[in-house]
Design a protein around this ligand. Structure first.
Ligand code: SAH
Ligand code: SF4
Length: 350
């Protein structure tokens, strides 16, 4: 059975043609799926009965199932979503001044093995399908609608579980579906894909213009990076920077680097100075992230004074450096933490 939300617009057209119908019918079905959030082919009332019957035989519409919802005091909402095979992933809604930002997962687990990350500890289980990635947007949007929430889901960041560039083909399909003007209609400016850096696809994605890129750097030298991000460090730091230099940027655009501050590991003054040196080779801005401590992992959050001092060194050298406010810390909102503390059927006690 095909899950209709797995299909790109073009694939939906192909399916509809294969059912003996003209391709233009795809547009109606697409609008039901993405604008109206329809979950039952039978309810697509302006689609002919004949097409509905044929579609229902070949396909269905399956959204991820909400297993758990936690709402933080600061308004952050975290969903644990069950997938058809019993796996579970996380999706987070973050309230901003005039909209919500959705944080999406791309894989169940992750193969990159970053030592500080709850998802990394899980190891790689499988890639998510386009429908599973997009399903997070549908579920989150429906949740806000049901609540009568006036703020809309307007921005998306691929910063949940998994490494987006290791699920590249499905990521591209997902981005294409997100952009479709008759569907969810997200512009590229409102989508950011975060990556720890994968040589095979980094440049390709940067050149598609389908999204903004954020690179998880987290260490200013190759040696330090190897220690905390062994998978990502397979792409040597020098080479990573060289690849990034080839991504076309508009006049006032710069590359975003995420730098996770881990107490005593990468948060010294010397690390900040080394970071300034490294990033002098690109047009960069730095997003400092204060570590959200994860039970069972030997990493700690630096003090606010340390974070401030680190940021000041970057700023003094002319680097734009912001500190990402930690949201939803009371609901285990960092990547992979909610799944880690919830028993998932698919874990099978392993
Ligand atoms: N795999 C991609 C995207 C998912 S992780 C990547 O690594 O970029 C998104 C961001 O969350 C990364 O910058 C990651 O380092 C960060 N992160 C992971 N665990 C965290 C934690 N416990 N506290 C704060 N940030 C964390
Ligand atoms: Fe994977 Fe990103 Fe976590 Fe590293 S930080 S293990 S790349 S999800």
């Amino acid at each position: 059975m095909t899950n209709l939300i797995d299909l790109t617009f073009h694939e939906l057209e192909t399916l509809i043609v294969s059912l003996g119908e003209p391709p233009y019918r795809a547009r109606q079905v697409w609008q039901w799926l993405w604008q109206k959030g329809c979950r039952d082919i039978e309810l697509m009332t302006d689609v002919s009965k004949a097409l509905r019957a044929k579609l229902a035989e070949a396909a269905d519409i399956v959204w991820p199932e909400v297993v758990r919802v936690r709402e933080s005091e600061d308004g952050t909402v975290k969903f644990l979503l069950g997938l058809a095979d019993g796996e579970a992933v996380e999706c987070v809604l973050i309230p901003e001044k005039d909209h919500y930002t959705g944080c999406l997962s791309t894989q169940v687990g992750c193969a990159m093995g970053c030592g500080f990350c709850a998802t990394g500890t899980l190891g790689f289980r499988r890639n998510m399908t386009p429908g599973e990635m997009l399903g997070q947007v549908l579920v989150a949007r429906q949740y806000l609608l049901n609540k009568g929430e006036p703020l809309a889901l307007r921005n998306l960041v691929f910063m949940g579980m998994g490494e987006p560039l290791l699920n590249y083909d499905n990521l591209i399909k997902t981005l294409e579906s997100l952009h479709h003007p008759q569907g969810l209609d997200f512009s590229s400016r409102r989508i950011t894909v975060s990556t720890a850096g994968v040589k095979r696809h980094l440049l390709d994605l940067g050149k598609t213009g389908l999204c903004a890129l954020a690179v998880s750097l987290h260490a200013p030298t190759q040696e330090q990076r190897e220690r905390i991000m062994p998978g990502a460090a397979k792409l040597p730091l020098d080479e990573l920077i060289e690849l990034l230099r080839q991504i076309p940027l508009k006049p006032r655009e710069s590359l975003t680097f995420e730098y996770l501050l881990l107490a005593g590991i990468n948060d010294a003054d010397a690390d900040a100075r080394e970071l300034v040196r490294l990033l002098s080779r690109v047009k960069a801005k730095v997003n400092l992230i204060v570590y959200n401590a994860t039970p069972g992992l030997p990493f700690r959050q630096p003090s606010p004074e340390r974070v401030f001092a680190f940021q000041e060194i970057l700023k003094a050298k002319g680097l734009v450096a912001t500190v990402r406010k930690s949201k939803g810390a009371d609901i285990a909102a960092a990547c992979g933490q909610l799944r880690a503390e919830t028993e998932c059927p698919a874990d099978g006690g392993a």
